[in-house]
Design a protein around this ligand. Sequence first.
Ligand code: SF4
Length: 136
Amino acid sequence: MSINEKVKVIPCSGMGKVFGLMAREAALRTVGQLCPDKAETMCLAYVVTGDAEAEAGIDGKPCITIDGCPKMCSAKSVAIIGGDIKEEFKVLDIMKEHKGAQPGTATELTTDGWTIVDKIAATLHERVQQIHGEGR
Ligand code: SF4
Protein backbone atom coordinates (compact mmCIF):
# COMPACT_ATOMS: atom_id res chain seq x y z
CA MET A 1 0.00 0.00 0.00
CA SER A 2 1.13 3.53 -0.63
CA ILE A 3 2.03 5.86 2.20
CA ASN A 4 -1.13 7.88 1.51
CA GLU A 5 -3.47 4.90 1.35
CA LYS A 6 -5.84 4.47 4.25
CA VAL A 7 -6.71 1.22 5.98
CA LYS A 8 -10.45 0.49 5.70
CA VAL A 9 -12.08 -0.12 9.08
CA ILE A 10 -15.49 -1.59 8.36
CA PRO A 11 -18.04 -2.39 11.05
CA CYS A 12 -21.12 -4.53 10.60
CA SER A 13 -24.45 -2.73 10.33
CA GLY A 14 -25.64 -4.31 13.59
CA MET A 15 -28.94 -2.49 13.68
CA GLY A 16 -30.96 -3.48 16.71
CA LYS A 17 -28.06 -4.97 18.65
CA VAL A 18 -25.89 -3.32 21.27
CA PHE A 19 -22.78 -5.16 20.08
CA GLY A 20 -23.39 -3.87 16.56
CA LEU A 21 -23.73 -0.33 17.93
CA MET A 22 -20.43 -0.81 19.78
CA ALA A 23 -18.74 -2.02 16.59
CA ARG A 24 -19.91 1.06 14.69
CA GLU A 25 -18.97 3.50 17.45
CA ALA A 26 -15.51 1.96 17.83
CA ALA A 27 -14.91 2.18 14.08
CA LEU A 28 -16.10 5.79 13.95
CA ARG A 29 -13.94 6.75 16.92
CA THR A 30 -10.92 5.15 15.27
CA VAL A 31 -11.27 6.77 11.86
CA GLY A 32 -12.72 10.05 13.12
CA GLN A 33 -10.54 10.76 16.14
CA LEU A 34 -7.63 8.38 16.63
CA CYS A 35 -6.12 8.03 13.16
CA PRO A 36 -8.12 9.93 10.52
CA ASP A 37 -4.96 10.29 8.45
CA LYS A 38 -4.39 6.51 8.26
CA ALA A 39 -7.86 4.96 8.32
CA GLU A 40 -11.31 5.44 6.86
CA THR A 41 -14.58 3.59 7.02
CA MET A 42 -17.33 2.66 4.63
CA CYS A 43 -21.01 1.88 5.11
CA LEU A 44 -21.50 -1.88 4.95
CA ALA A 45 -24.68 -1.40 2.93
CA TYR A 46 -22.61 -0.20 -0.03
CA VAL A 47 -20.37 -3.24 0.29
CA VAL A 48 -23.28 -5.68 0.53
CA THR A 49 -25.11 -4.23 -2.46
CA GLY A 50 -22.02 -4.40 -4.65
CA ASP A 51 -21.70 -0.66 -5.16
CA ALA A 52 -18.97 -0.15 -7.77
CA GLU A 53 -17.24 2.62 -5.85
CA ALA A 54 -17.24 0.55 -2.67
CA GLU A 55 -15.83 -2.43 -4.53
CA ALA A 56 -13.07 -0.35 -6.08
CA GLY A 57 -12.21 1.04 -2.65
CA ILE A 58 -11.98 -2.37 -1.01
CA ASP A 59 -10.83 -4.89 -3.62
CA GLY A 60 -7.24 -5.78 -2.77
CA LYS A 61 -7.03 -3.03 -0.13
CA PRO A 62 -6.02 -3.55 3.50
CA CYS A 63 -9.11 -3.85 5.66
CA ILE A 64 -10.01 -4.46 9.29
CA THR A 65 -13.51 -5.70 9.99
CA ILE A 66 -15.38 -5.47 13.25
CA ASP A 67 -18.54 -7.46 13.79
CA GLY A 68 -21.05 -7.63 16.60
CA CYS A 69 -21.65 -11.37 16.60
CA PRO A 70 -20.52 -14.70 15.11
CA LYS A 71 -22.48 -14.13 11.91
CA MET A 72 -19.54 -11.93 10.86
CA CYS A 73 -21.53 -9.92 8.31
CA SER A 74 -18.79 -7.38 7.73
CA ALA A 75 -15.94 -9.89 7.42
CA LYS A 76 -17.93 -12.06 5.01
CA SER A 77 -19.10 -9.15 2.85
CA VAL A 78 -15.66 -7.56 2.65
CA ALA A 79 -14.11 -10.92 1.73
CA ILE A 80 -16.64 -11.46 -1.07
CA ILE A 81 -15.59 -8.27 -2.83
CA GLY A 82 -11.90 -9.01 -2.45
CA GLY A 83 -10.84 -6.96 0.56
CA ASP A 84 -7.41 -7.85 1.96
CA ILE A 85 -8.62 -8.52 5.51
CA LYS A 86 -5.74 -8.06 7.92
CA GLU A 87 -7.78 -8.66 11.06
CA GLU A 88 -11.31 -9.65 11.97
CA PHE A 89 -12.60 -8.39 15.33
CA LYS A 90 -15.76 -9.56 17.04
CA VAL A 91 -17.34 -7.50 19.84
CA LEU A 92 -18.80 -10.66 21.37
CA ASP A 93 -15.27 -12.01 21.94
CA ILE A 94 -14.11 -8.73 23.43
CA MET A 95 -17.09 -8.74 25.82
CA LYS A 96 -15.83 -12.05 27.27
CA GLU A 97 -13.02 -10.00 28.82
CA HIS A 98 -15.64 -7.76 30.47
CA LYS A 99 -17.86 -10.23 32.25
CA GLY A 100 -20.69 -8.51 34.12
CA ALA A 101 -20.40 -5.27 32.15
CA GLN A 102 -23.71 -3.70 31.12
CA PRO A 103 -22.90 -1.95 27.82
CA GLY A 104 -26.38 -0.56 27.18
CA THR A 105 -28.99 -1.07 24.50
CA ALA A 106 -29.12 -1.10 20.72
CA THR A 107 -29.69 2.66 20.74
CA GLU A 108 -27.74 3.94 23.74
CA LEU A 109 -24.51 2.94 25.43
CA THR A 110 -23.85 3.15 29.16
CA THR A 111 -20.60 4.32 30.75
CA ASP A 112 -19.52 0.65 30.66
CA GLY A 113 -20.35 0.50 26.97
CA TRP A 114 -18.39 3.63 26.09
CA THR A 115 -15.42 2.45 28.17
CA ILE A 116 -15.31 -0.80 26.19
CA VAL A 117 -15.79 1.09 22.90
CA ASP A 118 -12.75 3.20 23.81
CA LYS A 119 -10.71 0.04 24.42
CA ILE A 120 -11.83 -1.48 21.13
CA ALA A 121 -11.02 1.74 19.30
CA ALA A 122 -7.55 1.81 20.89
CA THR A 123 -6.98 -1.76 19.65
CA LEU A 124 -8.20 -0.86 16.16
CA HIS A 125 -5.93 2.18 16.17
CA GLU A 126 -2.92 0.07 17.15
CA ARG A 127 -3.65 -2.41 14.37
CA VAL A 128 -4.09 0.39 11.82
CA GLN A 129 -0.69 1.78 12.78
CA GLN A 130 0.91 -1.66 12.37
CA ILE A 131 -0.69 -2.28 8.99
CA HIS A 132 0.25 1.16 7.76
CA GLY A 133 3.82 0.60 8.92
CA GLU A 134 3.99 -2.78 7.15
CA GLY A 135 2.98 -1.15 3.88
CA ARG A 136 5.95 1.18 3.68
S1 SF4 B 1 -22.48 -9.48 12.57
FE1 SF4 B 1 -24.21 -9.90 13.95
S2 SF4 B 1 -24.66 -7.90 14.90
FE2 SF4 B 1 -23.43 -7.49 13.07
S3 SF4 B 1 -24.93 -7.13 11.40
FE3 SF4 B 1 -24.38 -9.30 11.34
S4 SF4 B 1 -25.99 -10.31 12.59
FE4 SF4 B 1 -26.02 -8.10 13.11
